[in-house]
Design a protein around this ligand. Structure first.
Ligand code: AMP
Length: 398
């Protein structure tokens, strides 16, 4: 049974075709710069194509190009589009009305349209991708898997901001949280490793270019560090993370900034980049730190300290913790950062095994034998999670 997973950005399309028999990826690739000198990369087990120019003016043509590759008589992996049993779409924002993965209907599309205000960069591209797939594969079930949905289990006390209540009622200003598909995937895996699939307290740290921490109790998100938009919580590659809101009007006044200018600073010039002055990429910052750059050193310290504080906060929120999970680019690979984060967690009963912590990019239990709290590295796989949910929702099979 083949399931196609589609992730549409404003000018890009990423895809993976899964064979759900063994959950293997049979083809994957991406098209970048849709509408302007587009480039495509496509690979299967037996065929690897470097980036090549393709003539693609919109998402519809992009999906058609992907289908042509997948069904190519020589190097294709399926004989026709009919072999694709369902299509799963990564969707960024489902607001308060979507609390799980859903089959795409006109009603769901209307909700996605409503949520454009909340995710102006992402939702329009997601909608375009869904409509293109519906047109090209009208008889194939389409399923939406939302970044926000996993966090809809948060209690009001976790998602409300202490501003006048009318702004929640009028404009739906509240914490939504993101990276839900990733948090859910690694929390499920950790629960299995703990042999506590039903009852557990897990803190998942998705640390990548975008980062967030989530408290997961018994399979449900209890709290998460990202909020209304994608700025809150941990400092990220270029995003500021938690900030006293008083800083915003103060800087706008001092530097005579417009809303667009301050947004640009907080979204694109802050975080690891803003602090280090070097890069948004941790590897570059680590190299600079090694060369003696003090700002690079402090940028890494600020990041690790923020993660450490969230772990303490969420352990308190859940009244304990069974496991802490590290995932995404930094979480899976940055040995030094994991060590800094875990350094002071002994009070929780969490002790890092420094030797096991040397492992990079693979699943591992990196805690000492005596550690009451397990420390896990679990590579995330959002596409596989989307494929699994699509199979379950679109085809009604587990
Ligand atoms: P992601 O958004 O999940 O792709 O993660 C990107 C982040 O992971 C970047 O900051 C990278 O520098 C970081 N990263 C990836 N590989 C490594 C590595 N081997 N060591 C340290 N950081 C890494």
């Amino acid at each position: 049974m083949k399931i196609l997973v589609v992730n549409c950005g404003s000018s890009s399309l990423k895809y993976q075709l899964f064979d759900m028999k063994d959950e293997k990826v049979v083809a994957k690739g991406q098209i970048e710069r849709i509408g302007d000198d587009s480039l495509m990369k496509h690979e299967t087990d037996s065929y690897q194509q470097a980036k090549v120019s393709v003539n693609v003016s919109d998402h519809m043509e992009a999906i058609q190009t992907v289908m042509d590759e997948l069904t190519d008589p020589k190097r294709g992996v399926i004989s026709s589009a009919a072999e694709i049993r369902a299509v799963g779409h990564r969707v960024v924002h489902g607001g308060e009305k979507v609390a799980g993965s859903v089959s795409i209907t006109d009603e769901v599309l209307a909700i996605l349209e409503e949520c454009i205000e909340l995710a102006p960069l992402h939702n329009p591209a997601n909608i375009t991708g869904i409509k293109a797939c519906q047109k090209l594969m009208p008889d194939t079930p389409q399923v939406g898997v939302f970044d926000t949905a996993f966090h809809q289990t948060m209690h009001k006390k976790a998602y409300l901001y202490a501003i006048p209540y009318e702004y929640y009622e009028k404009y739906h200003v509240r914490r939504y949280g993101f990276h839900g598909t990733s948090h859910k995937f690694v929390a499920q895996r950790a629960a299995r490793l703990l042999k506590k699939e039903d009852k557990h307290k897990i803190i998942t740290c998705h640390l990548g270019n975008g980062s967030s921490v989530t408290a997961v109790r018994d399979g449900n998100s209890v709290d998460t560090s990202l909020g209304f938009g994608t700025l809150a919580g941990l400092p990220m590659g270029t995003r500021c993370g938690d900030l006293d809101p008083a800083v915003i009007p103060y800087l706008m006044d001092k530097e005579d900034l417009t809303i667009d200018q301050i947004s640009n600073i907080l979204y694109k010039k802050s975080g690891l980049l803003g602090l280090s002055g070097v890069s948004n990429d941790l590897r570059d910052i680590q190299a600079e730190k090694k060369a003696g750059n003090k700002r690079a050193e402090v940028a890494i310290e600020v990041f690790a300290y923020a993660v450490q504080k969230y772990i303490g906060t969420y352990a308190a929120a859940m009244g304990g913790v069974d496991a802490v999970v590290f995932t995404a680019g930094i979480g899976e690979n940055a040995v030094e950062v994991r060590k800094m984060i875990c350094k002071d967690l002994g009070f929780l009963g969490a002790f890092l095994d420094e030797e096991k912590n040397q492992l990079q990019g693979e699943e591992a239990d990196i805690s000492l034998e005596k550690s009451k709290v397990k420390l896990f590295v679990i590579p995330t796989n959002e596409e596989l999670m989307i494929a699994r949910e699509t199979k379950e929702i679109g085809l009604g099979t587990q």
